[in-house]
Design a protein around this ligand. Structure first.
Ligand code: PXP
Length: 239
């Protein structure tokens, strides 16, 4: 089975928020992404709602006919309440600080193990699949299994950064981390800075990759190629 493409639509909300009106229409964008072939929709509500708003997440939930993935920091009670109310297919736990530009590190799953065990169990009790965001570190990837999580999401910023110089070197820690996690029975997602240049190689080296979530590059490419073509171009990289 090929890797699923979940389109992160935060950037569309960011553009809308820059003018204060309703353009571009975030709900319509979610509908269209699915129509154009996305296998899922990802949103990442942050406490200051500067990107996607909590009200957007509530409005989008009923129109999802693919897979809904909500990312965020569960240390925010507001986030936990939202996820339990909306009941997406998957919640991705990300340790980002308030006001952080974008996610920039994975969990230390050992230091936060007790907290993560409790949090993962809470979401799973509500039939929500859990994915924990981790750096490409075999030790952390394997230890993530001790939190009870279903999946890990590998933070691909370093891969994307080093891919142009030496793609074999760039992918190595990811292949190792994915193997360590799979050995412990975890499924693998990935995301951050994946784009039309680096995506195919990443997916080819980690054939068990279940899902990628892509926002910034995909929405930027859509300015040139249109949203429908762009989604199809990304999907082709995953075949
Ligand atoms: N995964 C996580 C946990 C993220 O925080 C983000 C950015 O919101 C992404 C994936 C998508 O990254 P990008 O926008 O660079 O495609």
């Amino acid at each position: 089975m090929s890797t699923k493409l979940s389109v992160n639509i935060n950037k569309i909300a960011t553009l809308r928020n820059s003018r204060g009106g309703q353009k571009p229409d975030v709900l319509q964008a979610a509908i269209d992404c699915q129509l154009f072939g996305a296998d899922g929709i990802t949103v990442h509500p942050r406490p200051d709602e500067r990107h996607i708003r909590y009200s957007d997440v509530r409005a989008i939930a009923p129109i999802i006919n693919t897979e809904f993935n909500i990312e965020g920091n569960p240390k925010e009670d507001k986030f936990v309440d939202l996820v339990l109310e909306v009941k997406p297919h998957q919640v991705t736990l990300v340790p980002d600080a308030i006001g952080q530009l974008t996610s920039n590190h994975g969990w230390d799953v050992i230091k936060h193990q007790e907290y993560l065990v409790k949090t993962v169990a809470l979401f799973q009790k509500h039939q929500i699949r859990v994915s924990v965001f981790v750096d490409p570190d075999s030790y952390m990837a394997a230890a993530a299994a001790d939190t009870g999580t279903d999946r890990i999401e590998l933070y691909t910023e370093a891969y994307a950064k080093h891919y142009p110089q030496d793609r074999m070197k760039a992918i190595k820690p990811y292949v190792d981390a994915a193997q360590a996690a799979m050995y412990k029975g975890l499924d693998i997602n990935a995301g951050h800075d994946l784009d039309l240049d680096n995506l195919r190689f990443f997916a080819s080296q980690i054939p068990q990759l279940k899902e990628v979530s892509i926002g910034h590059a995909l929405i930027s490419d859509a300015l040139y190629y249109g949203l429908e073509n762009t989604i199809q171009l990304y999907k082709r990289q995953l075949q």
